[in-house]
Design a protein around this ligand. Sequence first.
Ligand SMILES: Cc1ncc(COP(=O)(O)O)c(C=O)c1O
Length: 393
Amino acid sequence: MSSINSVASFNAHKESPTYVTQPYLPPLSEFIPYLAEIWESKILTNGGPFHQQLEKALCEYLGVPHISLFANGTLALVTALQALRITGEVITTPYSFVATAHSLLWNGIKPVFVDIDRTTMNMDAKKIEEAITAQTTAIMSVHCYGRPCDVDAIQKIADNYNLRVIYDAAHAFGVSDAGGSLLRHGDLSILSFHATKVFNTFEGGAIISPDAKTKMRIDHLKNFGFVDETSVVAAGINGKMSEINAAFGMLQLKHIHLAISRRREIDALYRSLLAHVEGIHCLENIEGSITNCSYFPILVKPKCLVSRDDLYRHLKKYNIFARRYFYPLISEFSMYRGFPSARRENLPVATEVANQVLCLPIYPDMSDELVVSVASVINDCIRDASSTVQNVA
Ligand SMILES: Cc1ncc(COP(=O)(O)O)c(C=O)c1O
């Protein structure tokens, strides 16, 4: 790509910003009949018809036995911990969105951070055992960017130490491994259907349960603990998904296949365009997994002539808003910094990756032309830095 191309792309795109993602929205006309049904029934929430339809449809689409819909993924995480009566300490990753660890603090649980693995970007299973204490009751791991954790190793440790496993699968909608849905692993998995996610219901989330009894407990917990008109069996919360969100989910499901296919095309295009850019590393897919291409993270390695932050700022000048997911690490925020496991020496890989990562824009409506523009701005930025170095030398 030449600088002239970069300037052209800048001129073409400076008026309209390119964000790291753009929510997928089916044509509005397709949503109107769903709204008409809600207006007709006057059932707006509390497990109405669309809520029931979406639970059933998602079980089929995802290949999971039981699902409980939630108002968002954070409430699903908080409730999953309640459902399994988790207390004490929970082993988790610092390399995630803050909601992962916040859900522990909301339950009065102490997070214990473990470093991540350089290949998966997820908790390094080899480091878990040394973090277990007499207070440890569970492991909360994240399938970061929808990349599968080392589920077998984690389950083995959990079995040996009698720990529960909760997967924050907020990024892993529709991801599978050799044995089927990634969501089948652990005691519970949670999903987020936030606007930025592969499958969105504006706001929304879910818990995947392995059996009907666990689902029933979760369904009580998300509805204040009510089991019938007059009985409350637990200090539950209001985590219910509304009919509007559930109806939108039904419509989204009709388009999800195309939306994910387009993400895969964009992922492949970025990979080909960035393959030979010095110092830029695209994460390889994890063998045996079918990914949803929810994010396109690159690592800006030390040998790159431009730092990650300079590249991030340079893209901004072109109205391209890449994001440094996940920088800062959760363990760097003030409410976590004081925990012994939050020390940087304990988290060398996560600290390094957080300083190198940049998530590039990826969303179903992104044109090939725009993908080429983003790649060419990156390419030119690095090439210009290289010629400056040569001129100085
Ligand atoms: C890894 C992770 N966990 C949890 C959440 C929280 O989900 P929600 O925004 O639906 O509450 C998010 C993102 O939004 C996330 O990225």
